[in-house]
Design a protein around this ligand. Structure first.
Ligand code: ADE
Length: 254
């Protein structure tokens, strides 16, 4: 799989995407990341890539010509020349106004051969680029960033870790909170006792069934506090429903 990140700030990615698990995975050629400097596709000698918006108002808008030239140079076809949607080669535009990026979106993109990500810009991108190419406008959450670079970084991370062999332990990807529509269980490591706070005994028991059950129950409790919306979609057994009711009643007593 190949990520192509189209940005005005290539240095932003120099360190972040070369660190830790992702850096190692790139070294092992499990996927590739190409950083593309949009200024290389400017049409004037000042390498201008943005301009003020028609109709007035503050902020700058990414110009359509450099983006068009850039996507064409990466080999993407114009919509007018396409016969069907190309699921394997997607273009993303990061934007606060885009569709919400979720774990299900990351799974879908992890099956692509190529993912080009245009880092949006304050105020935005000339809308005509959306008529020229088949682009998914994607938001990483309900807040506004100054630029799309952090969003691109989040998307690459969430997608890349789903590529086979990127994670040392693939079970942890399957175990992901959002894969199961539930937030992760609390976890602990050595020492077993710290400032008189002991690690919960089921985790020290060596009994795998007990450990699994404890983790699931704790995940349900945490989810009910932090993300009740996720819990509504989760499939709970009648035992778990009972546990949740007891936990909620106790919480309300406090
Ligand atoms: N650009 C600005 N805000 C953003 C957001 N929340 N997600 C993606 N791109 C953005």
């Amino acid at each position: 799989m190949k990520f192509e990140i189209i940005t005005l700030f290539p240095d932003y990615f120099a360190l972040s995407l070369r660190q830790s698990m992702l850096g190692k995975a790139v070294e092992k050629k499990l996927f590739d990341i190409q950083i593309v400097d949009l200024r290389d596709f400017a049409v004037d000698k000042h390498r201008t890539v943005d301009d003020t918006p028609f109709g007035g108002g503050g902020g700058m808008v990414l110009k359509v010509e450099p983006l068009d030239r850039c996507l064409a140079s990466l080999g993407f076809e114009h919509l007018a020349d396409m016969t069907e949607r190309d699921e394997k080669n997607r273009i993303i535009l990061t934007s606060a106004a885009g569709k919400k990026f979720e774990q299900s979106t990351a799974i879908r993109y992890s099956l692509c051969s190529r993912l080009a990500i245009i880092c949006g810009h304050y105020l935005g991108v000339d809308e005509r680029i959306m008529s020229l190419y088949d682009i998914d406008e994607v938001s990483i959450g309900d807040y506004v960033l100054t630029g799309g670079e952090p969003a691109a970084s989040v998307i690459v991370d969430a997608v890349a870790r789903l590529i086979p062999n990127v994670l040392g332990n693939f079970e942890s990807a399957l175990d992901d909170s959002y894969m199961n529509q539930m937030i992760g269980t609390p976890c602990y490591t050595r020492p077993s006792d710290y400032k008189n706070i002991a690690v919960p005994s089921p985790l020290m028991s060596g009994d795998h069934k007990r450990i699994r059950q404890f983790r699931r129950e704790e995940a349900i409790k945490k989810c009910s506090v932090n993300r009740p919306d996720l819990l509504e979609q989760a499939e709970l057994s009648s035992e778990e429903e009972k546990l949740l009711a007891e936990f909620s009643a106790k919480k309300n007593e406090k």
